[in-house]
Design a binder for this molecule. Sequence first.
Ligand code: BTN
Length: 330
Amino acid sequence: MPLKDKVLAVLEENKGKSVSGSNIARSVGMTRSAVWKAVKTLREEGYSICAVTNRGYCLSEESDFLSEQSIVPNLKTKALGRKIDVFKTIDSTNNFAKSLAQLGAVHGTTVISEVQTQGKGRMGRDFYSPMGMGVYMSVIIRPKLSVEHSLLITSCAAVAVAEAVERVAEIDCKIKWVNDIYAGGKKLCGILTEASVDVEQGGLEYAIVGMGINVQNVTFPKNLADTATSVRLETDKPVSRSVLTAEILNCLEERLETIRDKSFLDEYRRRSNVIGERIEVTHNDVSEQMDCTGIDEIGRLLVRLDSGEEKALTSGTVRIVDSEKQENQD
Ligand code: BTN
């Protein structure tokens, strides 16, 4: 680990508190002047570190940069996030994670970036990923699941993100089938799962679970202003993106352990904002209104068409047909 990262690890561990230069030097095994140089480099990177005579260095409580050093101390996982790459900028964390997975990256490998220049959403859409505002994260998982069950991964991740946001920020989160987290009637997070099939075994080789959570945004571009929200806009509580990232990984690992017994589906249904609603489903540019009656055991959306026919949908974009709820959907 580069020396400055070792210093950062000590400062992150003691965030908001002063640590003397000699204590840092001792714990990372370097001289005080090397500590000073590392602090200088970290400041140049944008870290707010104050130096108080006779007390040492203090990383500001408000510091919200994402790094391995800021995330890992909050992890309770066995695998998820234990191998982690944090970028300042990247095209898409899903793309990078996919190339790592193809090279054999282990289950739980996580890719995060402060900004995405080509963040991807579902259906070929872009995902708005401005610098320092969100958690843009992709996790490589290698579950023993049949392809038929792959929809469950996204549902499982949706439950995990909703739980993590609720724990860290105390925000009530709903899930709009299949992959959107809503708070206050607006979209807070989108999830894009991309899977690769093992043709010989007939199951999943790996899946990339890509999660984009709006955290610190106070404004959005015009095209999203009516439909998107952020953690910051939904709560007065200051939220650290690193703490939230770690909590998402903690919840995701816990929930993925139940993916085969499907117990998480009860929580998914409890949080659903579409069950029992009149909805409009758009698929391949064709929209049709219908009633949503539930979510089945493999995560499909159960609907009743106006003809009376019952169907189980695996894809499509859902909009709730309700004059009050309508305006805040994408
Ligand atoms: C959607 O809302 O349609 C899904 C959005 C998924 C966005 C995340 S951000 C991290 C990961 N990398 C991407 O390019 N996309 C996903």
